[in-house]
Design a protein around this ligand. Structure first.
Ligand code: T46
Length: 153
């Protein structure tokens, strides 16, 4: 089972002989209004990103070029997603721990976010994150990532 609330979203794809087009609109394909867009690029081989959770932020992660993995953890369940299609987005609700790795050469991670950047919204320490979840989850299960879920395409 996927961590609480996390899911792959199949985005619209207009396929034409001259190329494909995918779009995202507020309140349509994703469950939040977009208030920030950023992207990760020029990522060196072996690099790891993330390693934190957000108190309130919702995000959609898209492999706009190349591929990478996102390990998602809600304090009870952990799932590794392999993103390699620009028409799939991984939705991450608030209070979701994420770690990104296995970036392919030339990969780009596009992120649509529900709020502007705010360092106060981060849990950057895993134990602090688990403690914050304590009221909700009594038996957190940190541990090695399980099987890989691949965006079917
Ligand atoms: C996530 C993954 C995919 C800003 O100034 N503005 C921003 O919008 C962001 C996202 C970051 N920053 C600054 C904060 C740090 O000084 O850029 C530096 C690196 O940020 P961070 O360590 O958060 O980067 P990642 O790639 O580890 O994580 C980011 C997002 O924070 C996170 O929510 O899901 O990208």
């Amino acid at each position: 089972m996927a961590p609480q609330g996390c899911r792959l979203i199949d985005l619209p794809r207009i396929a034409e002989p001259r190329g494909n087009l995918t779009f995202v609109e507020n309140g349509r394909q994703i469950p939040f209004d977009i208030r920030r867009v950023y992207y990760l690029y020029d990522i060196p081989g072996g690099a790891e990103r993330g390693g934190h959770a957000h108190r309130r932020l919702q995000q959609l992660l898209i492999a706009i070029a190349g591929s990478f993995d996102v390990v998602v953890d809600d304090g009870r369940k952990r799932q590794r997603y392999h993103l390699n299609r620009s028409y799939f987005g991984l939705y991450l609700p608030p209070m979701t721990w994420r770690e990104l790795d296995n970036f392919s050469s030339g990969s780009v991670c596009l992120v649509l976010a529900s709020d502007p950047y705010d360092e106060a919204d981060y849990y950057r320490d895993y134990q602090t994150y688990l403690n914050a979840l304590g009221a909700v989850h009594e038996h957190p299960l940190p541990g090695p990532a399980g099987g890989v879920q691949r965006a079917a395409g």
